[in-house]
Design a protein around this ligand. Structure first.
Ligand code: NAD
Ligand code: IPM
Ligand code: MN
Length: 375
């Protein structure tokens, strides 16, 4: 591994709290492996609105384009509201500028002890393990917008290249497994024209390029219901559009018991395909937890750092080809969550029913990472 250039954008509210903890894990990995990352820190979202009157500056957008990876916290908060440009628009502009069109949002139980935190019965949720791939640069988020005092519209559009490229990421990830993982494509082809085109082109891509992969269609509304009633049916990959993916990935957070647990990777290509490569042979990407800035708990030191820490693991895996270290982080998180079952100290933040602080949870993960790196 060669390290590389990371742009860190902590964002607002709990963003900086959890990003600081995740970077301590990166410090430990650097010290142990000797791999050095060049880290640049900047602002985006509410912080940038306050300082520059814009949610992201052109200078930061340029830095995003040249970084090997962007490590992002979360943007937004009630103090900035929704009038444009709001903090969230900064993140959307970064996704667009970087063309990180494939947003990977895994959902699984890092620890069996979490099964009992899920609002879903353990026998239904046990073994759930899917990767949601959300199209990240198109659809209703990026179509033509009209907004005035009495009227608003967002046009929900998809064109062939946008669908093909994200379908190829799903296919490539499915093929990394033997046998290949099954793929469910979630759409509303019964209602939306953009979905009918989506469905047709996704099938074309899989028939031509991934004939070994089993592809099934599922209407997005019934998929949302089945994720609650029979979630393990979707073990494999769920491929879906920007809006459906946003909603279904928060639902994944509900399944596992806390949104604070879930990481994500937004990639500009697929691993091992040469598409979207960065300067160190990984994939260009932005890494952020699925959750937002959680203004309701910020400043109290009780936010769960796991979503951000697992996003660091995804960054090491996809952008820097550091699989061993990524796996160690995943294992360390699982071990910390399991510690109560092993009769050890309970290290759980409030969202997981515990009393640990962000720092305590992070310290427990850091010491486990240290132990595993030296094992
Ligand atoms: P949210 O994800 O911030 O919070 C939802 C709930 O989950 C809250 O109860 C919160 O306390 C809890 N939660 C979230 N992350 C947690 C963590 N790490 N530890 C413990 N509890 C956690 O969603 P919201 O309240 O709807 O949105 C707040 C702001 O965040 C909004 O401005 C929204 O636009 C923004 N947002 C930003 C991003 C991003 O930057 N990627 C993503 C989603 C929402
Ligand atoms: C997410 C968030 C963002 C989205 C917002 C903050 C722009 O909810 O990353 O899931 O809607 O994509
Ligand atoms: Mn969201």
């Amino acid at each position: 591994a060669k390290g590389g250039k990371i742009l860190v954008l902590p964002g607002d509210h709990i963003g900086p709290e959890v990003v600081a903890e995740a970077l301590k894990v990166l410090d430990i990995i650097e010290a142990s492996t000797g791999v050095k990352f060049e880290r640049d820190f900047d602002i985006c979202g509410g912080a940038a609105l306050d300082k520059h009157k814009d949610s992201v500056t052109e200078e930061v957008l340029k830095k995003c384009e040249t970084a090997d990876a962007v490590f992002f916290g979360s943007a937004g908060g009630p103090e900035w509201g929704t009038v444009q440009p709001n903090p969230e628009s900064g993140l959307l502009r970064i996704r667009e500028r970087m063309q990180i069109f494939a947003n990977l949002r895994p959902c699984y139980f890092a620890s069996k002890s979490l099964l009992h935190r899920s609002p879903i019965k353990a026998e239904i949720i046990r073994g759930v393990d899917f990767m949601l791939i959300r199209e990240n640069c198109g659809g209703a988020y990026y179509g033509k917008k009209v907004e005035n005092a009495d009227y608003g519209s967002d046009s929900w559009e998809y064109s062939r290249p946008e669908i093909e490229r994200v379908a190829r990421v799903a296919g490539a990830l499915a093929m990394q497994h033997d046998p290949p993982l099954p793929v469910w494509s979630a759409d509303k082809a019964n209602v939306l024209a953009s979905s009918r085109v989506w469905r047709r082109i996704v099938h074309e891509v899989f028939e031509k390029e991934f004939p070994m992969v089993k592809l099934q269609d599922q209407l997005a509304d019934s998929l949302a219901m089945l994720l609650i009633t029979k979630p393990t049916v979707f073990n494999g990959i769920i491929l879906t559009d920007n809006t459906f993916g946003d909603i279904l990935s928060d639902e994944s957070g509900g399944l596992t018991g806390s949104l604070g647990l879930l990481p994500s990777a937004s990639l500009g290509g697929a691993p091992d395909t040469g598409i979207g490569q960065n300067s160190v042979g990984g994939v260009r990407g932005l890494y952020e937890p699925v959750h937002g800035s959680a203004p309701n708990i910020s400043g109290k030191g009780i936010s769960n750092p796991i979503g951000q820490v697992l996003s660091l693991a995804m960054m090491l895996r996809y952008s820097f080809n550091m699989n061993r270290e990524a796996n160690i982080i995943d294992q360390a998180v699982a071990k910390v969550l399991d510690s109560k079952e092993d009769g050890g100290l309970e290290v759980r933040t409030d969202d997981l029913g515990g009393r640990a602080t962000t720092a305590q949870m992070s310290e427990a993960i850091q010491s486990e990472v240290t132990r595993l790196l030296n094992a």
